[in-house]
Design a protein around this ligand. Structure first.
Ligand code: ADP
Length: 260
């Protein structure tokens, strides 16, 4: 059974020439820097700005989008077509909808490839303005497959000041460049913590994102502070951009959504 060749029958037009959907990819050198949180933050801010938005959770082994959005219902099926769960107006698709939380995903390359293909071709994304893709950390098989399917993906490197200083993010950015993924900018996360005294505390160091951006000749698109409400919102499926729109983090995500 060929999956690509019968493209006529498939609902997805994201890859069609002339499609208005912009595809924004979020990558990182390693896990834990807040790549998924940034994906959700930017997607939420775009949605709040009135755009139609989808999130593709391509971090297959470390999926966290369903939890962060509080999306629990699996996609419904109409024939072969998957209808993506919608939360906060955002359409989502994730491996997480198909496996139990405590079950490890041990898919090999071909199966991964096929799952991603279905997420792109068999999901009724519709004519959305933005598809935000939470990429796996590093530059592995999944990213390679996606680059094939989504040649117009615009990639943003998410880093912490510390990660940037240690050049972990740089390695992955250079790998992405080798794969000819268009790199659009750097987003620094966990940039600082604002104390009750209103002072900025540079917990993970300072200026890492800026120097990474300079060495990659990319713009620094934004700096996201550490905020407890962001972590809490992620844990209970209530993204901070909706839960506390006046917070410093939300204001920064809204600004990023405007310039991105
Ligand atoms: P990644 O996708 O890079 O593995 P996550 O987005 O899952 O990282 O973030 C890892 C953890 O750090 C999560 O618990 C998340 O809530 C928390 N986190 C990420 N960014 C921030 C931030 N700016 N402030 C507070 N907590 C954050």
């Amino acid at each position: 059974k060929t999956l690509i060749k019968d493209g006529e029958n498939r609902v997805n037009r994201l890859m069609a020439p002339g499609s208005r959907t912009r595809v924004l990819g979020f990558s990182s050198g390693k896990g834990g820097v807040g790549k998924s949180s940034v994906t959700v933050g930017v997607a939420s801010a775009l949605a709040r700005r009135g755009h139609s938005v989808g999130i593709l959770d391509a971090d297959v082994y470390g999926f966290s989008i369903p939890r962060m959005l509080g999306a629990v219902r699996p996609p419904s099926l109409i024939g072969k077509v998957m209808i993506p769960p919608v939360r906060f107006g955002i359409k989502t698709m994730s491996v997480g909808y198909f496996v139990a939380d405590d079950t490890p995903v041990i898919w090999r390359g071909p199966m991964l490839h096929k799952a991603l293909e279905q997420f792109l071709l068999d999901v009724f994304w519709g004519e959305i303005d933005y598809l935000c893709v939470d990429l796996p950390p590093g530059t592995g098989d999944v990213t390679l497959s996606l680059a094939e399917y989504l040649p117009k993906i615009e990639t943003f490197v998410v880093t912490t000041p510390q990660d940037a200083a240690e050049r972990v993010a740089q390695r992955s950015a250079l790998a992405a460049r080798k794969l000819k993924l268009p790199l659009r900018g750097v987003i620094e996360n966990m940039s600082y913590f604002r104390g009750d005294d209103k002072k900025r505390y540079d917990i993970f160091g300072k200026g890492g994102g800026e120097s990474l951006a300079q060495s990659l000749e990319l713009p620094l698109i934004g700096t996201i502070p550490i905020e407890i409400a962001l972590r809490e919102g992620g844990d209970v499926g209530n993204p901070i951009v909706f839960a506390s729109p006046e917070s410093e983090v939300s204001v920064e995500f809204m600004r990023i959504a405007q310039v991105i």
